[in-house]
Design a protein around this ligand. Structure first.
Ligand code: ATP
Ligand code: MG
Length: 261
């Protein structure tokens, strides 16, 4: 029997049919091909335990839409997303228990302190009180937020909020992490520390799917990169393919090549 991968995406499609009527197609109206947005257009890939998969691609390529289908937020138009063999759309509860997610436009609970944000998440996951407090403190120390743990997070800087979001995603000790542009807004030192923490999580066997526009950092951290354009996965490259090559050149080449497909 073939090994079950942490993340499996098979023939995944998401088509949007926008209209003037609240983003949904008007009842009875047949959408012409021109009105359909093929946000994700038949993509397939897998991510293993202990692997960091970097998701690259220009604005509007379909990266966030793919993550939304992997985290049970959006229903695929066609195809499937699975987590350890479980269909995400059909098994929302068990799937949510094994994934951590930092969405593109996530926010912390601003009226709560850093510590309260984490213990609140711990409560949602029904982690016993003493364990949740202990776990929250460990995470706050790891991400250098411990000193400010009792400050309302509305007073946190953007980078501090970003680190708190990752702590929130890690409260349930998830096997799989989805991060949508997690280093945007982080200063270089914080970004480096953030990525160092991701490497440690990889060493613990977590599977990580991370979108980024930062090719330099993707090259440093990813075991494989997938390049999306116009809803399609136009290339997947292993570390050995881009370790000694210019990943930016590979990216630009794929962008041009994709235009001719
Ligand atoms: N709810 C929606 N309704 C209609 N179109 C949508 C919706 N969500 C996304 N789209 C469209 O789908 C396409 C892919 O968007 P998506 O957010 O997945 O891109 P992205 O690769 O994450 O881009 P970015 O790098 O800017 O974050 C875009 O054309 C976008 O306008
Ligand atoms: Mg996005």
């Amino acid at each position: 029997m073939s090994k079950i991968e942490a993340i499996t995406v098979e023939n995944l499609k998401k088509y949007f049919t926008p209209s003037k009527h609240g983003g949904k197609a008007k009842k009875g109206k047949i959408n012409t091909k021109e009105t359909i947005i093929k946000a994700v257009d038949n993509i397939s890939f897998k991510v293993k335990k202990g692997e960091i998969f970097g998701f690259l691609g220009p604005n509007g390529a379909g990266k966030t839409t793919t993550i939304r289908m992997l985290t049970g937020v959006l229903k695929p138009s066609k195809g499937t997303t699975s987590i350890f063999g479980l269909d995400v759309w059909k098994n929302p509860i068990p799937v949510k228990q094994i994934i951590g997610n930092v969405p593109e436009e996530a926010n912390v609970y601003l009226e709560l302190s850093g510590l309260q944000n984490l213990t609140f998440i711990g409560e949602l996951y029904e982690i016993p009180k003493t364990d949740r407090l202990e776990r929250a403190k460990v995470l706050l120390k790891k991400f250098e937020l411990y000193e400010n743990r009792n400050m309302k997070s509305i007073k946190y800087s953007r980078g501090m909020k970003q680190r708190l979001l990752l702590c929130m995603a890690l409260m349930s000790n998830p096997e799989i992490l989805f991060l949508d542009e997690p280093t945007s807004g982080l200063d270089p030192k914080s970004a480096k520390e953030f990525l160092d923490q991701l490497q440690r999580l990889r060493e613990q066997g977590k599977a990580i799917l991370m979108t980024t526009h930062d090719i330099f950092r993707a090259k440093l951290i990813a075991d494989r990169v997938g390049i999306m354009k116009q809803g399609r996965l136009v290339a997947v490259r292993k570390k050995q393919d881009f370790k000694h090559a210019d990943l930016e050149e590979i990216y630009m080449h794929e962008m041009q090549a994709a235009e001719t497909v």
